[in-house]
Design a protein around this ligand. Structure first.
Ligand code: SF4
Length: 315
């Protein structure tokens, strides 16, 4: 019992630190309601671990505040829209009737995917990235004032990918934080400054690379986007990748890695080895926000980045 409580408290403390690194100023944690008395933790015990400026919610009052609006057709659409070969299957904008827009989402005709037999880490057959018939501007137009998932409700600005649209190297994170939401630019807070140093460590500048996120709107309290929210928004990212055609994509942290590679395997197992995304090399490594929390992991990130540097230099 004591061990379970200790583990729970340690998890909460870690989450608090993580959110703060991501720039969260005010907390209203969306904890699921805890039913079992086995895991009930007294408020005063939680408060011992919370930082002084952290408004800890009571467990009794904390309920999930965001839920994705789904009906049977949108659910099916979300389930089916997780592969590049099915990119056009974005949910219609009017799937969310709370704020309907006049123009439905434009559906694109994707070119036929050319398959090429390439053994991967997992011994599967992979496909090459299809040629895109659209431009970045057209993708941005299609995104518009997007309301395709509930994250639009709390955003200030949509945070599009920025940087070199002809880059060989792309970085993909999870979702914008407070600074990014305010400025409309990805990775501009403390984690962004560290990302700039990581980029410079391999002899490049921020403007040489393209930087984006799986989700373009800031989740409330910097929580991790739900799988449904990620599935909707990452279609834009995948379309951008098909246009820009980077040689290497560095995925930062668990969420970006698992969403791009469509895997449940964690970052600690995948990092440091090139993976494959439709023939594009993918290097999973730690998120800069995590490195701010645990600087000892910078060494492993440096090892990962050296592999990226060597691959790009050999092109
Ligand atoms: S996170 Fe993406 S899908 Fe959701 S509202 Fe923002 S732009 Fe649209």
């Amino acid at each position: 019992m004591q061990n379970e409580i200790s583990t729970l408290l340690a998890d909460i403390k870690e989450q608090v630190l993580y959110f703060q690194e991501l720039g969260a100023e005010n907390f209203s944690v969306d904890l699921p309601e805890v039913q079992s008395s086995k895991f009930k933790v007294q408020q005063e015990k939680l408060e011992r671990f919370a930082p002084p400026d952290f408004n800890l919610p009571t467990i009794e009052s904390a309920k999930p505040k965001i839920s994705i609006v789904e009906n049977s057709s949108t659910r099916q659409s979300l389930l089916e829209s997780t592969k590049l070969s099915r990119l056009p299957t974005l949910p219609k904008r009017n799937s969310y009737p709370t704020n309907p827009i006049k123009e439905p989402a434009r559906e694109l005709e994707m070119p036929k995917i050319i398959t090429e037999e390439m053994p991967t880490l997992f011994g599967e057959i992979t496909q090459t990235l299809p040629e895109s018939t659209e431009t970045i501007e057209e993708i941005r137009l299609d995104i518009g004032d997007c309301i395709r998932c509930p994250l639009h409700q709390g955003r200030t600005k949509i945070v599009h990918s920025t940087g070199n649209l002809k880059a060989d190297l792309m970085f993909v994170g999870e979702a914008p934080g407070a600074n990014e939401d305010a400025e409309g630019v990805p990775f501009v807070g403390r984690a962004g400054q560290l990302l700039n140093k990581i980029i410079e460590s391999i002899g490049l500048k921020r403007e040489d690379v393209l930087v984006g996120n799986v989700n373009r709107c800031r989740p409330p309290n910097n929580r991790t986007p739900t799988q449904a929210e990620a599935n909707v928004c990452k279609q834009f990212l995948l379309r951008e990748i098909a246009v820009v055609r980077p040689k290497v994509i560095v995925v930062l942290g668990n969420t970006a890695t698992q969403n791009l590679l469509e895997t449940k395997v964690g970052i600690t197992k995948l990092r440091g080895e090139f993976q494959d995304y439709f023939g594009v090399k993918v290097m999973p490594t730690f998120h800069p926000a995590y490195l701010l929390r645990d600087p000892s992991k910078k060494r492993e990130t440096w090892e990962d980045m050296k592999k990226v540097r060597d691959f790009i230099n050999a092109i």
